[in-house]
Design a protein around this ligand. Structure first.
Ligand code: FES
Length: 149
C-alpha cells in the first residue's frame, strides 16, 4: 500500500497532514501585545497582574519620593503628593498611547498624545478619552510594594 492510499484508508487527506504542523505553530505564536513583559495585562486580557517592586532597588528609586513614578509591564506606579501609592495601566484608553505620565504637581495622570487627563482612581478628568484607566491594587510591606489585580 502506498502512503497516499494508507492515509486515504484511515480518512486523512494529504492536506490535513501538512496542516497539522501549521496549526500547531500558530498556537505557539499567540501572544498578548498588551503584555510583553509577562507581568502585566492592563489591556483587559486574561493574564493576571501580580508583581512586587523592591523599593531599595535603584530601578525603583523614584518611588521613594512623593511625586515619583515608574512604569513596569504596562503599569504606571506613582507615589502621590500625599505619599500613597497608585497603580494604573500605562496604556491610554483613548488610542493606546503608552506610557501615560504622572503629573505630581496636579496629582493626576496625563496622556501627552492628545491631552487626556485621569485622576488617581483612573477616572477621566478630561478627554478625548472617555474610558477610565484600569486601576490595580497596591500593598506596601516594609520596602516591598506589591501590585496586583
Ligand atoms: S492616546 Fe491618549 S489622549 Fe489620545
Amino acid at each position: 500500500m502506498k502512503r497516499n492510499e494508507f492515509f486515504s484508508a484511515i480518512g486523512i487527506s494529504a492536506g490535513m497532514i501538512f496542516m497539522a504542523p501549521v496549526l500547531s505553530s500558530c498556537s505557539k505564536d499567540i501572544t498578548d501585545p498588551t503584555n510583553p513583559g509577562g507581568g502585566g495585562n492592563p489591556g483587559g486580557g486574561t493574564g493576571a497582574v501580580d508583581f512586587t517592586l523592591d523599593l531599595t532597588s535603584p530601578t525603583y528609586a523614584a518611588l521613594n519620593n512623593n511625586g515619583g513614578s515608574i512604569v513596569k509591564d504596562n503599569i504606571i506606579v506613582a507615589r502621590t503628593a500625599a505619599g500613597t501609592f497608585v497603580a494604573l495601566t500605562s496604556i491610554c484608553s483613548h488610542q493606546q498611547y503608552n506610557p501615560i505620565a504622572f503629573e505630581s504637581a496636579n496629582n493626576r495622570f496625563h496622556c501627552p498624545n492628545h491631552g487626556s487627563n485621569f485622576g488617581l482612581d483612573g477616572a477621566v478628568i478630561n478627554g478625548p478619552a472617555t474610558s477610565a484607566l484600569k486601576k490595580y491594587n497596591v500593598q506596601l510591606t516594609g520596602t516591598n510594594l506589591r501590585i496586583y489585580a
